[in-house]
Design a protein around this ligand. Structure first.
Ligand code: DIG
Ligand code: MN
Ligand code: MN
Length: 389
């Protein structure tokens, strides 16, 4: 498919090793595809036009590998990176697959598990830094409960805070050029996961010893699982200077975490998300934390990867068309016009301003009668997305 939607490395599209490498197994069925090696995955994403790959420690190095095996695997992986020019912008720790973490990692009730999770994360941070990662993601997939009798949420929050503070100190002590990005999810695989939304994570970051080192990694499917508007969560993170990374995918409403190809379900939400990122000049990775349908073979997985990037580029083009569309822009100008009769009341408080505003006459009926023309505006967006304009 040769047209102007061909991905290039400077688009900064990345995939997790666990996404393109997903062999298609699920809670109800066996894998349907041969498991690709990390080296094979690097070549697949490079061939598709991506910028980088991201990884959990154990996506690359099996949890039971010895030192010699680890060195060999990392050396082979580095060679594939060098051969293809693919980079590793983000790394993370798998603190959710091994049975040791069945009750969580940093928030587990067993202090040995909490200590082991710190050890595993420090080692994984060392690996991520060695591979060039500048962002380190924490997704607390098991940090939660099925029964609130089991764990006091105050203890869980305190333990999670202590772990992140400890690991921030580890990064500072080693003078690593690394920032942390916390990823929220409301549930699955735990009945309820602590800090379930990006907003909750932003509140938590303010309680840390080094909040400047810590931002968020909002994931589209996770905010949608919580019934939230993903772009609004991303906008709040951006406004707080905390949008350190982003996980793009898609999701049907009221479903489990589907991690679908980007753009495959919620066309308008995906458009307004891409429009936001492009309008504000987000310079980070466009990371697809998604995987192909279980129905797909190896070729279908390549279709999935190409589709994620193609959809993003098409919506980026639609963003440019929206911003250049005279009728849309004229309507937005009219909708957002300033009103000189109340301009004096905007901005910071003063006693004179407050007194003048309290005395100002408003025609409340007229305010309620104003038509905002959002139907017209939203139809223009629909026409734009459908290629009618
Ligand atoms: C799931 O959305 C999580 C894990 O895949 C990983 O820890 C994180 C990194 O993007 N996302
Ligand atoms: Mn997900
Ligand atoms: Mn994710």
């Amino acid at each position: 498919m040769s047209d102007s939607y061909q991905p290039k490395p400077d688009h900064k599209f990345t995939f997790g090793l666990w996404t393109v490498g997903n062999p298609g197994g699920d809670a109800f069925g066996q894998p349907v595809r041969r498991k690709l090696s990390p080296v094979e995955i690097v070549h697949v994403v490079a061939e598709a036009g991506a910028y980088g790959v991201n990884l959990h420690d154990n996506d690359l190095v099996p949890i039971d590998a010895n030192a010699a095996e680890c060195d060999r695997i990392v050396a082979e992986f580095k060679r594939a990176l060098s051969d293809t020019g693919i980079v590793v912008p983000m790394a993370t720790t798998n603190l959710f697959s091994d049975p040791a973490f069945k009750d969580g990692a940093f928030t587990a009730n067993d202090p040995k598990v909490r200590a082991y999770a710190l050890q595993k994360t420090m080692r994984a941070i060392d690996l991520g830094v060695e591979l060039g990662a500048k962002i380190y993601v924490f997704w607390g997939g098991r940090e939660g409960v099925e029964s609130d009798a089991a764990k006091n949420p105050l203890d869980a929050g305190k333990r999670f805070r202590e772990a992140i503070n400890f690991l921030c100190e580890y990064v500072r002590d080693n003078r690593y050029d690394l920032k942390f990005a916390l990823e929220a999810k409301p549930n699955e695989p735990r009945g309820d996961i602590y800090l379930p939304t990006t907003g909750a994570m932003l509140g938590f970051i303010a309680t840390l010893d080094h909040p400047d080192m810590v931002g968020v990694n909002p994931e589209m499917a996770h905010e949608q699982m919580a019934g939230l508007d993903f772009m609004h969560a991303v906008a709040q993170a951006w406004d707080a200077g905390k949008l350190f990374h982003i996980d793009l995918n898609d999701q049907n409403f009221c479903r489990y975490d589907q991690d679908f190809r980007f753009g495959s379900h919620n066309l308008k939400q995906s458009f307004f998300l891409v429009k936001f990122l492009e309008d504000v000049g987000y310079a980070g990775s466009r990371h697809f934390d998604a995987h192909a349908y279980r129905t797909e073979d190896a070729e279908g997985v390549k279709d999935f990867a190409r589709g994620c990037m193609r959809s993003y580029l098409i919506l980026k083009d639609k963003t440019a068309r929206f911003n250049a569309d005279a009728e849309i822009q004229a309507l937005l100008k009219e909708i957002n016009a300033d009103d000189p009769t109340v301009a004096a009341f905007a901005g910071k408080y003063s006693r004179d301003k407050a007194n003048a505003l309290k005395a100002h006459p408003f025609d409340r009926i007229a305010l309620g009668n104003r038509g905002m023309r959002y139907e017209k505006l939203d139809q223009l967006v629909f026409d734009l997305l459908m290629g009618i304009r």
